[in-house]
Write a protein of this length. Structure first.
Length: 272
């Protein structure tokens, strides 16, 4: 009974969130464009699917992934676990002793971005528009690597207490350099990847991770140090997708050079 009440609440919240979008779209089409959708029944059914699906999706995250993520963050930052992992007698923990936290952050960032509905949708659209040149899984993995590395580096910042703007400024410098030398076709997609990577699943999970980590690490404030992981998760996919485009161009050039080196030899053999 309690689960039913919670499910109903999530669905109601989803309807409240989605309803303004639907009202605006219908009103804009009717008042500005001056037309009414002919397939309005199909649209209403689809709207119902969105509301119910989003409600169950959020409830599933709340019931399973979020508690599990918070629990693992607490366990990985538990002093008893950290002292045991250090494998030696230490008087105080240093940032190297939190290596399991970095690996966990990398894994959770990578896996959550792969499960992001927005990432899946954009990857499929990019594949369709590019005629298959951009692989669905290739783009998803590139985004996942960026999110994972970003979240892991963000956890390193929380543990060490280093200023956030140092990391963000350095990352933006890398993005600027990459933008100048990366293939022009991949640049807009790379910038969009930073936004789609930080959607429903990723933001809630890594925010919980950052707050839990800042509460567990001595000398850290949840208010000052707990936030900022979303900035890392949003910025580093831009770097990874730009790198994906650069590697694709490099691979193509290597293949072309290998083919060019074979052609003279083949012509020589034919002449003989």
């Amino acid at each position: 009974m309690e689960l039913f009440i919670i499910s109903t609440q999530f669905i109601a919240d989803s309807a409240i969130d989605v309803l303004p979008i639907a009202i605006f779209l219908f009103a804009f089409q009717r008042l500005v464009i001056g037309e009414t959708p002919t397939n309005w029944k199909q649209i209403l059914v689809g709207f119902l699917f969105v509301v119910v699906g989003l409600g169950f999706f959020l409830e599933g995250l709340e019931q399973t992934l979020f508690p599990l993520g918070r629990l693992m963050a607490q366990q990985l930052t538990d002093p008893a676990f950290l002292y045991a992992s250090a494998g030696k007698a230490v008087t105080a923990l240093v940032w190297q002793d939190y290596y399991w936290v970095y690996w966990f952050a990398l894994a959770i960032g990578f896996s959550t971005s792969l499960a992001e509905p927005a990432v899946i949708a954009v990857s499929m659209k990019a594949n369709a528009v590019s005629g298959g040149a951009i692989g669905v899984w290739s783009l998803r993995v590139a985004i996942g690597i960026g999110v994972g590395v970003g979240v892991s580096l963000g956890c390193f910042r929380i543990i060490t207490g280093l200023p956030l703007h140092y990391f963000i400024a350095a990352a933006y410098l890398v993005v600027i350099v990459q933008t100048a030398i990366a293939p022009k076709l991949i640049v807009p997609l790379a910038y969009d990847s930073g936004g789609v990577a930080t959607s429903t699943v990723t933001v809630l999970l890594i925010t919980a991770l950052g707050l839990g980590l800042s509460e567990a690490v001595p000398g850290r404030s949840p208010l000052l140090d707990g936030f900022g992981l979303v900035a890392f998760a949003c910025l580093f996919p831009i770097i990874s997708v730009l790198a994906y485009g650069q590697l694709a161009v490099l691979k193509e050039r290597v293949s072309e050079s290998e083919m060019d080196s074979r052609n003279p030899k083949e012509e020589e053999d034919n002449a003989l």
